[in-house]
Design a protein around this ligand. Structure first.
Ligand code: C5P
Length: 213
């Protein structure tokens, strides 16, 4: 009888395809899924909605401690400016501490969980039996984001989207608290020239092998 959750940890930069992959894997294996980016986005949105500053760590941490993971709404939190604001609150250690605690609790849900974010394999679930690091060139990621925005009738300029992504990569990779980087034992999947089905099959091969062990 299995009494420990099987955890799949997925990290990578914005628009790398990790979110879609995580959802597809969770559906395939019947696992619970948490997009941890939504937790940072929810804190940022609550601050914005209340007219509170984005750079006051004590206030942001207070909101992070109260966050209910069940209330996360992807549609409400998906706006581009909320992603930007999220990467600002995500540099604060006290915010990360509160959210990581909630994320670790979620990770224990049976029979298994898929968590995607920036620090899952390195900090949140360092003992996960499968760690994936999904990446793609900045140009390819900007093109995907640009097409997605146009499909949703959002006015967008490719170069502005590319600049934004580069700025966010820089903030996520250079911060001192849990910077974005692959865990030493993560499998790298570069989706620059790969469609979502090919990335899924590569991930599935690795997961099936780990599940057999
Ligand atoms: O993945 P998403 O774009 O929704 O994440 C928004 C921001 O939240 C990221 O740019 C990053 O700064 C932060 N984040 C994080 N750690 C995670 C997930 C997201 O720092 N595990």
């Amino acid at each position: 009888m299995q009494n420990q959750a099987f955890i799949i940890a997925i990290d990578g930069p914005a628009a790398s395809g990790k979110g879609t992959l995580a959802r597809n894997l969770a559906r395939h294996y019947g696992f619970n899924h948490l997009d941890t980016g939504l937790t940072y986005r929810a804190v940022a949105k609550a601050l914005i909605d209340k007219g509170l500053p984005l750079d006051d760590e004590a206030i942001a941490a207070g909101i992070a401690q109260e966050l209910d993971l069940k209330g996360l709404d992807r549609t409400l939190l998906s706006a581009h400016n909320i992603g930007e604001a999220a990467s600002k609150v995500a540099v604060m250690p006290q915010v990360r501490h509160a959210l990581v605690e909630a994320q670790r609790k979620f990770a224990q849900n049976l029979p298994g969980t898929v968590l995607d974010g920036r620090d899952i394999g390195t900090v949140v679930c360092p003992d996960a039996p499968v760690k994936l690091y999904i990446t793609a060139s900045a140009e390819v990621r900007a093109e995907r984001r640009f097409n997605e925005m146009r499909a949703n009738n959002v006015n967008a300029d490719y170069n502005a989207v590319l600049d934004d992504l580069r700025r966010r990569d820089e903030r996520d990779m250079k911060r001192s608290a849990s910077p974005l980087k692959p865990a030493h034992d993560a499998h790298l999947i570069d989706t620059s020239k790969m469609d979502i089905e090919a990335a899924f099959l590569e991930a599935k091969k690795l997961i099936d092998a780990a599940l057999r062990n």
